[in-house]
Ligand binder design. Structure first.
Ligand code: NAP
Length: 258
């Protein structure tokens, strides 16, 4: 087991990618703080599953778009476990809205949860890691949208581009303390976040045909990458965002289909 005696906080750990990340980290020996926003039942379910693996876990309600919630979440996990070795900034939202329809509310909420949440959770946790001389790991779950724009999600693209730069910047700021900071940029992974985006099955098929591996990703594939970045297997990697997209970003103009 690569993460024995480590404690991880996974934001948005109750569903989708965060749930798989929490499970994979637990399988490697880590105890887990499972953060969620609204759906307590989902958080309780994954906490029970982690207990069955013989690891400790607690559900923690907090809206990462609010600094007071982040502070309370970090205090709660610190009280329970006395430390955080691994922070996974995974909680995120993606509203589909055409550029000319994007409201101030959509812009603010997207940037608050995805970017501000990542920044302040990292700041608060890193401060405590340094005080306790923990050579921690921070993993930011970004998206391919941080590197290549997608239509009808300008606000989301901007939040993820910002996250990638936070990853680079924090790698520099925290390297002197032995804290490594990396990102994961998924392409399309099968979770509920994409339900609206793929409401039209023809579009879904069209999208899939543009992925060189011709399939969407599984949440476990992201979870295993998080384990790699959290463990010493990635000991000389910091400041980078690993793309998990079946080759999507490699192709400039998709081949014309007959
Ligand atoms: P998901 O299935 O919709 O799950 C989102 C998780 O985040 C849930 O646990 C949810 O908790 C939590 N959450 C939402 N808003 C929150 C808030 N304000 N504070 C705390 N927790 C909050 O999403 P997903 O597909 O797993 O996405 C996870 C991350 O991967 C996101 O950052 C997303 O941008 C990124 N990503 C996903 C894909 C993809 O194709 N799935 C692709 C690229 C990047 P509740 O259920 O309690 O609300």
């Amino acid at each position: 087991m690569r993460l024995k005696e480590k404690v991880a906080l996974v934001t948005g750990g109750s569903r989708g990618i965060g749930r798989a990340v929490a499970l994979e980290l637990a399988k490697e020996g880590a105890d887990i703080g499972v953060n969620y926003a609204k759906n307590k039942a989902a958080a309780d379910e994954i906490v029970s599953k982690i207990h069955l693996l013989g690891r400790n876990a607690i559900p923690i309600q907090a809206d990462v778009g609010k600094i007071t919630d982040i502070e309370r979440m970090v205090e709660q996990i610190w009280e329970e476990f006395g430390r955080i070795d691994i922070l996974v900034n995974n909680a995120g939202i993606a509203y589909i809205e055409p550029f000319f329809k994007v409201s101030e509310e959509t812009w603010d909420r997207t940037l608050d949860v995805n970017l501000k949440g990542t920044f302040f959770t990292s700041q608060i946790v890193a401060n405590k890691m340094i005080k306790k001389q923990i050579e921690g790991r921070i993993i930011n779950v970004s998206a391919t949208n941080g590197q290549v724009a997608e239509v009808d999600t300008v606000h989301y693209n901007a939040s993820k581009g910002g996250m990638d730069m936070v990853t680079c910047s924090l790698a520099i700021e925290l390297a002197p303390f032995g804290i490594r900071v990396n990102g994961i940029a998924p392409g399309i992974i099968k979770t509920e976040i994409d339900v609206d985006f793929f409401a039209d099955s023809k579009f879904k098929e069209h999208y899939q045909q543009h992925i060189p591996m011709r399939r969407f990703g599984e949440v476990e594939e992201v979870g295993k990458t998080a384990v790699f970045l959290a463990s010493d297997d990635s000991s000389y990697i910091t400041g980078h965002t690993i793309v998990i997209d079946g080759g999507l970003l490699c192709e400039q103009v998709p081949k014309l289909q007959n």
